[in-house]
Write a protein that binds this ligand. Structure first.
Ligand SMILES: Cc1ncc(COP(=O)(O)O)c(C=O)c1O
Length: 384
């Protein structure tokens, strides 16, 4: 159905890699056992889960015992923030995060306010980065958690995670990172990054939707479970394991590990080529996010004078995203761009290109031609 549309929205989700699908298929068909069962069907499923846990652990440079499988990053974020808040409520009630986080973090913190927890929302700089000095200054004797994303899903900016981790360690505050966009694209060794908890999800790394994990450092604070049930995943996340999904996540992690060693620069080269083609042929376009400290496939641009929704409707052969959201009444600029200080009028002209593993140089040419054509046409129409 979508054969003629070029997919450049890989921050929203990625296609399932053929290798991942092949690894999953037996667990959707013949190997359907419950990993908790003791008969051979169960043992086959449990062996597959153990293998996948190891594949995830290898990408993260951690032990399998430090991985808890979840339904995705929204759940991992909720488990980390709410679970640590509950686990540490005797020590304090203060959380630190930033205004540019994903809503899975922001809305969890907002919800916790009704239960007596207080959150400091730190500002970000014009590139979307949190300052480690601001983090240090915000810590109080009541601080029980800090949560900062590894890389931003809209503008791709990479936070100074290791510096923030050093601040967290110095003050003994547990540090969670929503690492969804960074894991599998940027250095993913948890020990080196220095985080205590990290969220990831398979569908951003060419795995299936509805499966993710939370890394929980051994010897660190352990979140309280948000559910009651059968005791799976050490009781932190009970529920029958999604064996096929877990196998898919494991396979995706193994592929990502290999790809990072060989292919990461290819995506950045294509992204830079698209940026250069647009820059040389169009006036008044602005890059959002950090020029260097940015995800390899991310290109978030404002096309001054062109409403992003009009641009998206005009682009017939490419799938990309806007930097804004429609509610019933109006179009709102993204909270990330607002946090970075991008003027509202400009923020409403934003388009996010998310290049990925399967994009090609030919596709970049087609997309550049089409964007130039549609932007020029919309700008001409605005003058009439
Ligand atoms: C930074 C970030 N955090 C969390 C999520 C939510 O992930 P999931 O779709 O697995 O719930 C996303 C996905 O859009 C994301 O980009």
């Amino acid at each position: 159905m979508n054969n003629n549309i070029i997919y450049m929205d890989n921050h929203a989700t990625t296609p399932i890699a053929p290798e991942v699908l092949a690894a999953m298929m037996p667990y959707l068909t013949t190997h359907f056992g419950n990993a908790a069962s003791t008969h051979p069907f169960g043992v086959t499923a449990k062996d597959a889960v153990d293998k996948a846990r190891q594949q995830v652990a290898e990408l993260l440079g951690c032990s399998g015992a430090e991985i808890v499988f979840t339904s995705g990053a929204t759940e991992s974020d909720n488990l980390a923030v709410r679970g640590i808040a509950y686990a540490c409520r005797e020590q304090g009630n203060h959380i630190i995060t930033s205004t540019a986080e994903h809503h899975a973090i922001l809305d969890t913190c907002h919800a916790l306010a009704t239960e007596g927890f207080e959150t400091t929302y730190l500002p970000v700089d014009k590139y979307g980065r949190v300052s480690p000095d601001d983090v240090e200054a915000a810590i109080t004797s009541r601080t029980i958690l800090m949560s900062f994303m590894y890389a931003n899903n809209e503008v791709g900016t990479i936070n100074p995670i290791t510096d923030i981790a050093a601040v967290a360690a110095k003050h003994g505050v547990p540090f969670h990172s929503d690492a969804v966009q960074g894991i599998g694209q940027l250095p993913s060794d948890m020990e080196r990054l220095g985080v205590d908890l990290a969220s990831l999800t398979a569908h951003k790394i060419y795995g299936p939707k509805g499966i993710g994990a939370l890394y929980i450092r051994r010897n660190g604070s352990r979140p309280h479970s948000l559910f009651h049930g059968g005791g799976q995943e050490d009781g932190v996340r009970p529920g029958t394991l999604n064996v096929a999904g877990i196998v898919g996540l494991g396979a995706a992690c193994e592929l990502a590990k290999n790809y990072m060693e060989t292919g990461k620069n290819c995506v950045a080269t294509l992204r830079n080529s698209l940026h250069q083609k647009l820059n040389t042929r169009l006036e008044d376009i602005h890059l959002n996010g950090h020029p260097e400290q940015r995800l390899p496939g991310n290109l978030n641009l404002c096309f001054a004078g062109v409403q992003s929704h009009a641009l998206l409707m005009g682009l017939k052969s490419v799938a990309v995203s806007t930097g804004s959201a429609c509610d019933s009444e109006s179009v709102k600029a993204s909270h990330v761009l607002v946090a970075m200080g991008v003027p509202n009028e400009l923020a409403l002209t934003t388009v996010r290109f998310g290049l990925g593993r399967y994009n090609t140089a030919e596709e970049v040419d087609v997309v550049a031609d089409e964007v130039v054509k549609v932007v020029n046409r919309l700008r001409e129409l605005a003058l009439e």
